[in-house]
Write a protein that binds this ligand. Structure first.
Ligand SMILES: *Cc1c(COP(=O)(O)O)cnc(C)c1O
Length: 473
């Protein structure tokens, strides 16, 4: 170590000194002591490291108390930001699992706020004055909407599939087509869930073609269940054949084997009525006679995270009694949000008008165009030649493993940085508070307005203004 480094290291203020001086800073004074102390240590550690690695990058001013306090302030501000934070979704992917899937409708938000702040009859039967079931708040709604005999809600659809398989088929065989052994993002794979449930997977058919005779050949004494899985996030096209749910139900009925369908996304709405492609509805699956149907609460349904199970009462009773149910049970906030969301579905027009996921899928082109115009005008108004904004047309996706092939024509703004780095633009926006998430495509940073809320627009404009003030692009 040379003298210069030695001198600079010695000049670094002590933690105690820094903590003492921090009392004079508005931001630092208000921070919890532990946060402040950690930030002081981290800042000093970083400076020491930098001095020993590359002393030329620092001089006397950098190790002054004021300079170190400034570093501490940056660290403290970052530490005081919530880790889970509001994010602007400019990806155009409506059910974006990494960005929280579905936004709740206002009724759900109001209800969960109320239930969160007050006692409730969560497990108390008000008619009879004794212990009640936590699921009674939603079971009758689920039955009304889907036509099923009974219903149950667990933590998520992965849990729904797990508990249903464990109840119905532990140590026995479940027949599934090879074309339906799907992997959903986040490590949900049908064969793995099956093995965790203790059920034995009996795969039949081929990737592209499975016939009823394949199921028939696999049927035996150990068969507990026929399982159909919605392909969700991929599609098999070309020379294909699958056995329909209805055929499977007829076949199961002849051999006294129950049939379960994992619908994945699950919707109560026939999307063809709104000019979108058909996606199997829960009502159709129930009407086809499936004994058990499972689906997510926060995909196309547009509610809170939940796994919903509907079907025949005898099977649902058995699932409800499974001790795993206690481990997968939903909390009262989810229940409150789910009940309010389901209530809207009793009249489809209200669901479509009020549930953000459905609204975003069905936003008229003119509304998207106007929103994109407003975003464009705001950004253009910044008037900085280092960034070029273009009003453009692009394709949104539904996401969440729903309608994987569907591209919805949409509008947005594309950003290019002729002499700068687009990667830096993307990084700045991602690290902004609130973060703005878009996508880089063909050397342009693209923002799709389909998934923006009206009050996101000022956030985006502010982020760009701050970027251009600070950054050398
Ligand atoms: C999404 C999906 C799941 C998992 O649902 P989560 O609610 O995310 O747990 C299971 N099966 C299928 C077919 C899916 O599409």
């Amino acid at each position: 170590m040379d003298d210069q480094t030695q001198t600079l290291l010695q000049r670094l203020p002590s933690v105690d000194r820094l903590l003492d001086s921090a009392r004079h800073s508005e931001t630092l004074r208000q921070a919890p002591h532990s946060v402040l102390r950690n930030a002081a240590r981290t800042a000093l550690e970083a400076l020491r490291h930098q001095l020993l690695q590359d002393k030329a990058s620092l001089d006397v001013a950098d190790v002054s108390e004021a300079a170190v306090l400034q570093r501490i302030e940056v660290l403290v501000k970052a530490a005081l930001q919530p880790n889970l934070r509001q994010t602007v979704n400019a990806t155009g992917i409506v059910i974006h699992t990494n960005l929280g899937r579905s936004l709740l409708c206002q009724d759900a938000i109001d209800n969960l706020t109320l239930i969160a702040s007050r006692y409730s009859n969560l497990e108390f039967n008000l008619d009879e004055g004794r212990r009640g079931s936590r699921y009674s708040a939603v079971e009758n709604l689920l039955c009304d909407i889907t036509g099923a005999e009974a219903g149950l809600v667990v933590n998520n659809n992965a849990g729904a599939v797990l508990i249903a398989l464990e109840t119905m088929a532990k140590d026995r065989e479940v027949i599934v087509s090879r074309g339906e052994l799907v992997e959903i993002g986040g490590a949900f794979r049908i064969p793995d869930v099956m093995s965790k449930s203790g059920a034995l997977l009996k795969e039949v058919g081929t990737t592209n073609r499975t016939h009823l005779k394949d199921y028939a050949a696999a049927l035996g004494d150990r068969t507990a269940l026929l399982l159909k899985v919605h392909q969700s996030n991929f599609a098999i096209t070309g020379f294909t054949k699958e056995v329909s749910l209805k055929e499977l139900v007829d076949f199961g009925g002849q051999h006294d084997v129950p049939v379960m369908e994992d619908l994945g996304s699950g919707t109560f709405v026939d999307f063809r009525r709104y000019g979108l492609p058909w996606e199997p509805t829960v009502q159709e699956s129930v009407a086809s006679g499936a004994d058990i149907v499972t689906f997510s609460g926060d995909k196309l349904l547009g509610g809170p995270q939940a796994g919903i199970i509907v079907g025949k009462r005898t099977y649902l009773d058995a699932i409800k009694k499974n001790p795993i149910n206690r481990a997968l049970r939903i909390d009262k906030l989810t229940l409150a949000a789910l009940e309010s969301t389901l209530r809207l579905y009793r009249e489809e027009s209200r669901a479509v008008a009020n549930i953000p996921t459905l609204q975003m899928m069905m936003t008229p082109d003119t509304v998207l165009a106007q929103r994109a115009d407003r975003l464009y005008t705001g950004l253009q108004g910044i008037g900085d030649p280092r960034l070029v904004f273009e009003r453009n047309q692009l394709q949104s996706r539904i996401g969440g493993g729903s309608l994987p092939l569907l591209e919805l024509p949409s509008h947005g703004v594309a950003v290019t940085a002729p002499d700068g780095s687009l990667q830096r633009v993307e990084t700045f926006l991602r690290q902004h508070v609130p973060p703005v998430i878009g996508r880089i495509e063909k050397d342009r940073f693209m923002m799709d307005v389909r998934t923006l809320r009206d009050d996101d627009l000022p956030h985006i404009e502010k982020a760009f203004r701050r970027m251009l003030k600070k950054e050398s692009l």
